[in-house]
Design a protein. Structure first.
Ligand code: GLC
Ligand code: CA
Length: 555
């Protein structure tokens, strides 16, 4: 009887632990971003669709991802390829149906993969019903749902603000005879987040998708929610941006303090449903601002993206060491969300590659992302070493930014080309005659089929690291401590949990380097390395080839 009682207590304790674990599923997780238009096309129209994602869930499971974030798949005129939403609670027919979405969530669930939705909160499409109503007159129930202002003298815009995508941020509307503000394209009018009705409408959208099973939201452009109510002019600096615009500060249009009020409200909404999370698209200037995104009482986003760590020109050892150190120590114990690639920036293959050691650098990057104490965001194709595939003629450009000032600004098509599944002409992405963007020439060797067969491929290296960070207690739960801290070419750190210690060494130079440690250890046992299983490891001197990365257990 007594034994039985102990057993019952133990089972209950285990169940409670499992439940807590469920709530914290996103800690140390690997989240994979899918640009749905470019992942897999199942109906031959040359554009990816939701069924294409469902068809490849086993691949994602094999890779080891915990969740996918899907870029917008809602009805949209597709000016900004879905980031101009005309209906927040439906599926764009080009991507499928609501039934397809439900099936995707169910099938993903069977494979322990959660689905995170994009949420475009700052603006809607100019074809959204809300905007059509709002523009119809200055007095209607939605008149105040957007940022409307009278113009200045002689039809001039209300102030000097510029759009993030280029040129003026105010668009004159002939019906309402006022200007509306747009932080992005003119077809993306900004919502007025000072209006409680707008907030409520968006929170109801969140509830709608959580009821359908989404595990959370990636909050698009969330730092742009508010603008200075006094409409003060931004300061203009010297020089010009590549698109000809003046250099411009954003103190009155970006990251205003009220953003945090909204984040706290949104967090309350997601907390209505267990295990749901908020990921922030948070381009911020420093670690203090990033720390604030978690909330002073950890009551804002769980995972604001750290876009300072790797989306920067400074990839020196000192710079990376400092920024990784900040992410580990200055986010109040919260989980950093590390990211190197997304649908808005040149792929790391080209951005970080030197043209000669790109394969090595891609493996080095994988190690740098997947071995610290952090949640990691991967972008589709990154695990294959997918290259940017920029348009070479202006008539081929699809992203409007790229048409404004081509070729100085090529736009974002290059990082959005179809996922290479195999080496056939359409890369196994589509059976159609034409794909919406061309398949990159590198798909002949960087593709899922070829890399799955090759044990030395980048894909298999990603799989190894993802498995390790799940299974190895030091990589899973351990703290991070730098060693050999002044080394100008090799970044080294230890992960430590209980008796388990793992050493990570990253040679960021194009020359071989030998690193000497005093770890007081007898033995290093290789767990993974970018230069083959034959890595010679000694606890006192580790020889790393150019751009080599080493992960080993210290015994
Ligand atoms: C975010 C998205 C980007 C989009 C913009 C406007 O930055 O990532 O793709 O164009 O917001 O919605
Ligand atoms: Ca399709």
């Amino acid at each position: 009887m007594r034994a039985f009682r102990y057993l019952a207590v133990a089972v209950l304790a285990l169940a409670a632990a499992a439940k807590a674990d469920e709530a914290g599923w996103w800690k140390n997780a690997v989240i994979y971003e899918i640009y749905p238009r470019s992942f897999a096309d199942t109906n031959g129209d040359g554009m990816g669709d939701l069924n294409g994602i469902t068809a490849h869930l086993d691949y994602l499971r094999g890779l080891g991802v915990d969740a996918i974030w899907i870029a917008p798949f809602f009805p949209s005129p597709q000016v900004d390829f879905g980031y101009d939403v005309s209906d927040y609670v439906a599926v764009d027919p080009q991507y499928g149906t609501m039934a397809d979405f439900d099936r995707l969530v169910a099938e993903a669930g069977k494979r322990h993969i959660r689905v995170i939705s994009d949420l475009v909160v700052n603006h809607t499409s100019d074809r959204h019903q809300w905007f059509l109503e709002s523009r119809a007159s200055r007095k209607n129930p939605k008149a105040d749902w957007y940022v409307w202002r009278d113009g200045g003298w002689f039809g001039r815009p209300p102030n000097n603000w510029l759009s993030i995508f280029g040129h003026g941020a105010w668009q004159y509307d002939g019906v309402r005879r006022q200007f509306y503000y747009h932080a992005f394209y003119k077809q993306q009018p900004d919502l007025n987040w000072r209006n409680p009705e707008v907030r409520k409408a968006m929170y109801d959208v969140m509830r709608f998708w959580m009821k359908r099973g989404v595990a959370g939201f990636r909050l698009d452009a969330v730092t742009s929610l508010f603008e200075d109510p006094k409409l003060r002019d931004e300061a203009v600096g010297w020089g010009r941006a590549p698109n000809g615009d003046p250099i411009f500060s954003r103190q009155y249009t970006d990251n205003l303090p009220e953003v945090h009020d909204v984040l706290r409200e949104m967090r309350k909404v997601t907390d209505e449903f267990p295990g749901r999370i908020l990921i922030g698209e948070t381009y911020l200037p420093n670690i203090e601002e990033l720390a604030r995104m978690y909330g002073r009482a950890n009551d804002e986003t769980q995972l604001p993206m750290d876009l300072q760590f790797l989306m920067t020109a400074d990839v020196s050892v000192a710079g990376l060491r400092r920024r990784l150190g900040e992410a580990e120590t200055r986010l109040n114990g919260n989980m950093p969300l590390l990211v190197s690639d997304n649908h808005d920036n040149q792929r790391s293959w080209d951005r970080l590659g030197d043209g000669k050691h790109n394969e090595e650098i891609a493996r080095l990057l994988a190690t740098l992302l997947l071995t610290p104490r952090a949640t990691v965001l991967l972008y589709y194709g990154q695990e294959l070493g997918m290259a940017n595939n920029d348009p070479t003629r202006v008539e081929d450009v699809r992203d409007p930014i790229g048409r404004m000032a081509f070729p100085a600004v090529k736009g974002r098509d290059g990082e959005r080309t179809p996922m290479p599944w195999d080496g056939t002409p359409n890369a196994g992405f589509s059976t159609g005659a034409k794909t919406w963007l061309p398949v990159g020439p590198d798909h002949a060797w960087h593709n899922v089929a070829a890399e799955s067969r090759d044990p030395k491929s980048l894909l298999n290296y990603y799989k190894t690291l993802i498995r390790l960070r799940r299974e190895n207690p030091a990589l899973r739960d351990g703290g991070l401590k730098f060693v050999d801290e002044t080394n100008p070419t090799v970044l080294s750190f230890l992960r430590q949990s209980g008796a388990a210690t793992v050493l990570v060494a990253l040679n960021l130079s194009g020359q071989p380097q030998t690193v000497r440690y005093d770890l007081g250890a007898a033995k290093l046992q290789t767990l993974a390395s970018t230069y083959g299983a034959a890595a010679v490891a000694s606890p006192t001197a580790l020889a790393l080839p150019a751009f080599g990365a080493y992960v080993g257990a210290v015994r």
